[in-house]
Design a protein around this ligand. Structure first.
Ligand code: 2P0
Length: 329
């Protein structure tokens, strides 16, 4: 059994992806821009195993079963179809081991690094040679944010056009483009309340503000992209916060509400605002969970992390820096 290894890093979106243009192909309805981070790593090995009658996927030491195994198996079946490997043929199923080496409590998006690493390891196991763009488009089928984790640094995932399965992310600037940090404030160790896929579906189906989000998102994305290109921290931070709040506002208005923020989340937002009042350039974003990620200059990161750590309800704060793209066979 030959094992194929891949390593990918998580990313945090500055302009947010929320909603799908095509549910079957998992195409995003809006463009997004992210920063790949250095120390949130998923490592995955995949090997074809003739003794298996279905895929075995072990995540963080636990063999996945039920709906989760079904979802993962459907993704691997897609990789097989691309590689021309007949479903059920001897040696067609994979033994996969994936470990999140997040040096921190969980609760940070791992589906991005997870599906990027899985797409890379599985395609290698089937001898499917993909360039980064094609690998990104494949990872997107697992999780749209995973398309961005194929690349390091500053990455754009365009909105998809219904039916266009080639949509993948593209690198805008390398990790060295800008010396910033994302300071992560973790406020909860439990699993998230609503999976992002379900949250965005409910938003699209029931929120009166989903249409407003679809109209605003591309403009906010363009502001983020221009500000990142110019390394203008205030402009980037303001546009990032605007995209974040517009996304979450559309979700809050879903019925029932899709609300990821807790009381402590808002307390951290207050701290970030008071940091700015004190002259520290710091701006906040949140994803499908209660944690807050704070963008600042690298030289300010220690001070920002200390302030966040001192906020009641913050369990842990750590500094992430721009990171590299995927490593694969
Ligand atoms: C993002 N999020 O742009 C946004 C902001 C969460 C909030 O991408 O359905 O796990 O698997 O494509 O990529 C999380 O959603 O969703 C996400 P699917 P995904 O980072």
């Amino acid at each position: 059994m030959t094992e194929f290894f891949a390593r990918a890093r998580a990313n945090i979106a500055l302009s947010k992806y929320w909603g799908k243009a095509d549910r079957a192909l998992n195409l995003p309805a809006v463009p997004s821009l992210s920063l790949t981070l250095d120390d949130l790593v998923t490592e995955t090995t995949a090997a074809r195993d003739g003794s298996l009658t279905h895929d075995h996927v072990e995540l963080d030491g636990t063999l996945r079963a039920g709906d989760e195994a079904k979802t993962l198996g459907a993704f691997l079946a897609l990789v097989r179809a691309r590689a021309g490997v007949a479903e059920g043929a001897p040696g067609s199923f994979l033994r996969v081991r994936s470990v999140n080496r997040f040096p921190t409590a969980s609760g940070l998006a791992s589906s991005a690094s997870g599906y990027a690493a899985l797409a890379a390891a599985a395609s290698a196991a089937y001898g499917l040679r993909l360039d980064d763009g094609a690998l990104s488009a494949l990872a997107r089928r697992g999780s749209a944010s995973a398309a961005r984790s194929v690349f390091g640094g500053w990455v754009e995932l365009p909105a998809g056009a219904a039916g266009d399965d080639t949509t993948g992310a593209r690198p805008l600037h390398g990790a060295a483009h800008w010396d910033v940090a994302m300071v992560l404030a973790l406020v909860d160790r439990g699993p998230k309340d609503i999976a992002s896929r379900d949250g965005m579906r409910r938003t699209a189906e029931t929120s009166p503000y989903y249409g407003a989000w679809l109209a605003a998102a591309p403009l906010l994305h363009a502001r983020v992209r221009d500000a990142v290109a110019a390394r203008d921290l205030a402009a980037t931070g303001e546009a990032m916060e605007a995209s974040t709040m517009a996304m979450h506002a559309s979700a809050w208005a879903a019925q029932p509400a899709v609300r990821y923020a807790r009381g402590v989340t808002l307390d951290v937002l207050d701290v970030v605002r008071s940091l700015r009042r004190d002259g520290v350039g710091a701006w906040a974003t949140m994803d499908a969970g209660p944690h807050v990620k704070v963008l600042c200059e690298a030289r300010d990161a220690d001070g920002v992390a200390a302030r966040l750590r001192g906020t009641p309800g913050v369990l842990e704060s750590r500094i992430a820096r721009p990171g590299a793209g995927i490593e694969r066979p």
